[in-house]
Design a protein around this ligand. Structure first.
Ligand SMILES: [Fe+2]
Length: 190
């Protein structure tokens, strides 16, 4: 876990937007017990390939994936059953993950190919960093735009955002700061 967290932190460190989040990076004393659990979307992880600057952190996520708790915030009533087959995340730092923090949350989101994660928003400000798979991201009222692997995406508090994958699955690290770090996102009209 230490090695993976070091790679996660290093991956974000080059982004000025990450500074406020990383200032609250917790000291790791002991790990919270988290029972490993898998999701259908985890099947895409092993074959994923990193991009510029993300190979090392992706390799760490792949190495530890089987020991992580993979979770979903939504149910079938939110975006349907098919979405749940291609969506999941694992928290590394936060209110639920192995490293405790009440200041920031950090983890990785997985989306399978051909998945649309509809517009949603949350109080926490957020920084994403795709580490495998180019996808299209929508910020606020803007059109969907391609974001390559290794390029961070910032969402301020309550900013609407959405993403959709094409032929490739997506793995994206995330940082959350502020508000309820375990809150379910508010789903917005698409
Ligand atoms: Fe978000």
């Amino acid at each position: 876990m230490d090695r993976m967290l070091a790679e996660v932190r290093a991956a974000f460190a080059g982004w000025p937007e990450a500074a406020r989040f990383l200032a609250d990076w917790p000291k790791v004393s002991e790990l919270r017990a988290c029972e490993a659990s898998a999701l259908p979307v985890c099947r895409w992880l092993a074959a994923m390939r990193g991009g510029p600057g993300t190979q090392a952190v992706l390799a760490e996520v792949q190495r530890l994936a089987g020991r992580l708790a993979w979770r979903q915030t939504y149910g079938a009533a939110d975006f349907g059953d098919a979405f749940l087959q291609g969506y999941g995340w694992s928290e590394f730092i936060g209110l639920r993950g192995p490293v405790a923090s009440e200041r920031i949350a950090c983890g990785v989101l997985l989306l399978g190919p051909g998945v649309t994660y509809p517009p949603h928003a949350h109080q926490a400000e957020e920084l994403y960093l795709p580490i495998s798979g180019g996808a299209e991201w929508q910020r606020g009222d803007a059109e969907f735009a391609c974001v390559p692997v290794g390029q961070a995406i910032y969402h301020h508090s309550w900013m609407a955002h959405a993403m959709r994958t094409g032929a490739e699955p997506l793995a994206a690290l995330y940082l959350w700061r502020g508000g309820d770090l375990a809150a379910k996102s508010v789903i917005l009209p698409g």
